[in-house]
Design a protein around this ligand. Structure first.
Ligand SMILES: Cc1cc2nc3c(=O)[nH]c(=O)nc-3n(C[C@H](O)[C@H](O)[C@H](O)COP(=O)(O)OP(=O)(O)OC[C@H]3O[C@@H](n4cnc5c(N)ncnc54)[C@H](O)[C@@H]3O)c2cc1C
Length: 168
């Protein structure tokens, strides 16, 4: 439930009678089916249900939940905004996050060190589908690259010394 911001000089009053915004997140789950199949089936359902059906279901659901307190979904919901985007979510197959058969997890291999000039920064490698994890991963990858550049710079300086030593 999104409450009205109450900071600043113009402090709004909030209460049970104040209009408010409620976010509803709808998971599409099909117990029994493999995870990858549930994902594509859920995406297809999310995109194919009409707005009218979504709206009817939401109003009915809220009426079922709160009718005992006098709530009427047809009267008390001013409007519904439907976003047909799934939350970022990885469907990790066995072994992806924790390794398998004595082998390390792919994410651990890809995050351990850069590959030449490339360092991978992506939350999918960690399993944590959140923006703070994205920032941590970005910082980790950049730190690794900077360390690699510094190592190369030190190597170049020492090679330079060897070269000068030969010339002398
Ligand atoms: C609808 C929605 C709501 C969300 N709400 C929240 C929230 O409230 N709080 C929260 O913490 N997190 C939230 N998230 C999750 C969060 O946004 C993600 O976990 C985060 O953005 C992932 O960051 P990332 O850098 O790993 O990947 P991404 O942000 O997906 O970045 C990957 C980038 O790589 C690019 N790319 C892909 N393939 C290629 C290619 N071949 N060549 C070049 N570029 C390529 C893509 O275009 C993209 O820009 C939400 C996500 C969604 C979708």
């Amino acid at each position: 439930m999104r409450t009205i911001a109450t900071f600043g000089a113009d402090s709004k009053t909030v209460g049970p009678d104040t209009p408010t915004v409620v976010s509803i997140i709808t998971p599409f789950l099909y117990p029994g089916l493999p995870a990858s199949e549930q994902c594509s089936k859920g995406r297809a359902e999310l995109l194919s249900i009409s707005f009218r059906d979504f709206e009817r279901k939401e109003r009915e659901q809220f009426t079922d939940m709160f009718a005992a307190s006098g709530f009427d979904g047809r009267r008390n919901i001013a409007g519904i905004i439907l976003n047909r985007w799934g939350h970022h979510f990885i469907v990790a197959q066995p072994g992806f996050l924790f390794g398998k058969d004595g082998m390390p997890a792919p994410g651990d291999v890809l995050r351990k060190a850069p590959f030449g000039r490339i360092a991978f920064a992506n939350t999918d490698l960690t399993g944590g589908s959140r923006h703070d994890v994205a920032m941590e991963e970005g910082e980790r990858a950049v730190t690794q690259l900077l360390a690699a550049v510094q190592r190369l710079a030190r190597l170049a300086v020492s090679l330079d010394h060897v070269e000068w030593g030969r010339k002398a």
